[in-house]
Every structure is written in C-alpha cells, then in structure tokens.
Design a protein. Structure first.
Length: 256
C-alpha cells in the first residue's frame, strides 16, 4: 500500500513538473512546495458537487467537430481510489480555480434531460426495484458502466464548454471523458492519468462511508443468498476494473 502511495505522489510531482514550461508562477510555486497536503489525505474522497444553471435542451456541443482546445482546463482520469477527487479539490483551492469533481455531470440530470437519449444515466432514475441493480451479470453491469460514461461525457462537455466561455479561472476536472476524446480536445500538459491497483477498487469498494455504496451493501445483505449475491457483484466490479482497462490508461500516451 505504501509503495502505491509513494508512486502516486511521485507521478503527481512529475506531472506538474511539465507545467514549468507554461510559465505559470503560481503552479511552479505549488510544485516547489512539495504538495504537502497530498501526504495528508491523498485517498480521501471529495464529495463537493458543482452547481450549474439549467441548460436549454436544444443546446448541443459537438466538440469533436470543433476540435476545441480547453486551454484553462486540467483533466484527471484513471482508475478508482487513485486520488483524483482529492487532487481536483486541492488544486482548485490552491489556485482559486473551479473544481469539477466526481460525477459533476449529474448537475444536468434533471427534468430537461431526454432520458431516451441518455438511457444508461436514466437507469437508476427510473429503477423500480433496486434489487435488480445488484442482480445483473458482470457483462450487463460493464455495458451499463461503459454506456453511462459515454452519455456522461456529453454532459461533461456541455458544462465545460459553458465554463470556458464564462471564466478565465483554471478548471480542474475529475473526468470520465474517454481517452480518445481527450486526445482531440486537450494535450499532455493538461491531462493526468492517476492509477491504483485494480484489486483495490474491488476489495475496498464498500470501505468508503458514502451513502450510495452503503445502500448497495445493505441490498446485497438482503438477498436470498447474500454470499452468492456479494460474489456476483464482486465479479461485476472486477469486470469494470480489469487489468485490460488499467493497461489502456497506462499506455494512453498521457502522463501517468
């Protein structure tokens, strides 16, 4: 665990070393400070939600066609339990920036959203029996996660496109935007991949005290065969936190 922790700190320092060339004295000073806050709570989950105004349903952002560059946006992607949320929050605090933290796209998940266009994001909104959520096969669960990430990317880009038009502040993003899209809209100096051992995402899934995970844990315990239900859900987590997905991030071409 301490080896992973040390690697996490070293990777982050190496990443921000690349910002020296950008001439941003505030970030340079931050790098020299040694990021002492990281040593205190690198793995603490951040739960601040960015509140955004409602968007008009007709507004569509086609970033791929525009090939837009988000010059003041810094993206953090990677695996669970790698410290992305903590990094985004602390950097925004340090540089008086804006933090778009985990699942910030949910700010646009309201009655204005066409759920036919976003069926995966709307899955839990319209779910009548939550037992169905934990009874899915690993393949069904993985398809839902992948589909939700693609739909969430659309909402993320809508929020970010609006933000870059209205502020000059630095924007730090805990993102699920795909690697392919990040390569089109950003560059190596604005993207960091943070990784943790895939098994941590499985073995420690219920360690976090947030209400959603504890709710799922109680659902599993209420199943007719809790042990079998827990084993199936663990396979679901292993499917989406596979070594293959880890390697895609590791060899993405972005700084890790």
């Amino acid at each position: 665990m301490w080896i992973l922790y040390s690697n996490c700190i070293e990777r982050i320092r190496c990443f921000f070393f690349g910002f020296f060339e950008a001439g941003d004295k505030r970030i340079q000073a931050f790098v020299r400070s040694g990021a002492k806050w990281l040593e205190k709570d690198c793995c603490r989950e951040s739960v601040i939600m960015m509140k955004r105004k409602k968007q008009e349903p007709s507004v569509e952002i086609n970033v791929r066609k525009k090939n837009m560059k988000f010059d003041n946006v810094y993206f953090f992607n990677g695996t669970a339990y790698a410290g992305k949320s903590t990094m985004v929050k602390r950097l925004a605090e340090k540089h008086n920036g804006i933090a778009c933290e985990e699942n910030y796209h949910e700010a646009l998940m309201d009655d204005n959203l066409d759920w036919n266009e976003f069926p995966n994001l709307g899955y839990t909104v319209h779910l009548k029996d939550w037992a169905e959520f934990v009874r899915r096969t690993p393949e069904e669960y993985a398809r839902w996660i992948e589909g939700g990430a693609k739909e969430g990317e659309i909402l993320e880009l809508r929020i970010l496109e609006d933000l870059v038009r209205t502020t000059d502040k630095k924007i730090f993003v805990d993102t699920n935007i795909s690697l392919e899209t990040l390569k089109r809209i950003s560059d190596r100096d604005h993207v960091m991949i943070m990784l943790a051992d895939p098994q941590i995402s499985v073995s420690r899934f219920f360690d976090r005290p947030d209400s959603e995970k504890q709710f799922l844990y109680q659902l599993l315990l209420k199943e007719k065969d809790p042990e079998a239900a827990m084993a199936n859900f663990r396979k679901c987590l292993e499917k989406v936190n596979s070594q293959e997905n880890y390697d895609k991030f590791l060899h993405s071409g972005f700084q890790v």
